[in-house]
Design a protein around this ligand. Sequence first.
Ligand code: ADP
Ligand code: MG
Ligand code: MG
Length: 256
Amino acid sequence: MSTLEIRGLTARVAATDENEEAKEILKGVDLTINSGETHAVMGPNGSGKSTLSYVIAGHPKYEVTGGTITLDGEDVLSMSVDERARAGLFLAMQYPVEVPGVSMSNFLRTAATAVRGEAPKLRHWVKEVKSAMNDLKIDPNFAERSVNEGFSGGEKKRHEILQLDLLKPKIAVLDETDSGLDVDALRVVSDGVNRYKEGENGGILLITHYTRILRYIKPDTVHVFADGRIVTSGGPELADELEEHGYERYTDEAKA
Ligand code: ADP
Ligand code: MG
Ligand code: MG
């Protein structure tokens, strides 16, 4: 079993010339995720949810000012982005938005090589990718297209889940995986996430603004995120309560 542990995490946007006053965004995040568990983090726009995923990913735009992140006791914050992937963290954001000239198939093989520590045998690899793409109802021509170039929102999300399938990380951070998906695509993507969940690792941090995706991916725990931290946690019923009453109660509490 693997455990991602976040304790007292504070972070801000790294200061730039235009932006000398670095802004504190994360204000003390505590969260523990074990493999096999699905944690939904829900909260209003601008509360810092994406910042949390960027900080876990090691995005250079954000500066950690306090607290810790460990994966099975190893200090994640001192790891490079690549080391984080090799340690078993999956962070969709770490991958470049568009990589012209690099086919999906090559890109995925390079990623799998980094994570597995050796290059998958080419013939096995082609089969593996084909079968995963078939499960996700991805057009076979997709494998030859350049990474993310001209991908629709739905194709980008399927690509994320394809990586999940092939790389089998210990813990996956999925930020707004539901955004821009129609109902059919949402079902295919959710099935992919659920397959990953049933696998041997399968710890999920599912960040979302809407409860819609939680009808397809059942969380074990729901956390409400407001003003840079988790303000309350509960079972799946908490998502229903949020759908009914919104975040207002929690944003008022967070400010108080
Ligand atoms: P969420 O994902 O919950 O909508 P974000 O993490 O994207 O929230 O943003 C939280 C707050 O931090 C917002 O006020 C946003 O404008 C600010 N912020 C996030 N990233 C940056 C950045 N790179 N530069 C300046 N402000 C940022
Ligand atoms: Mg947002
Ligand atoms: Mg966001």
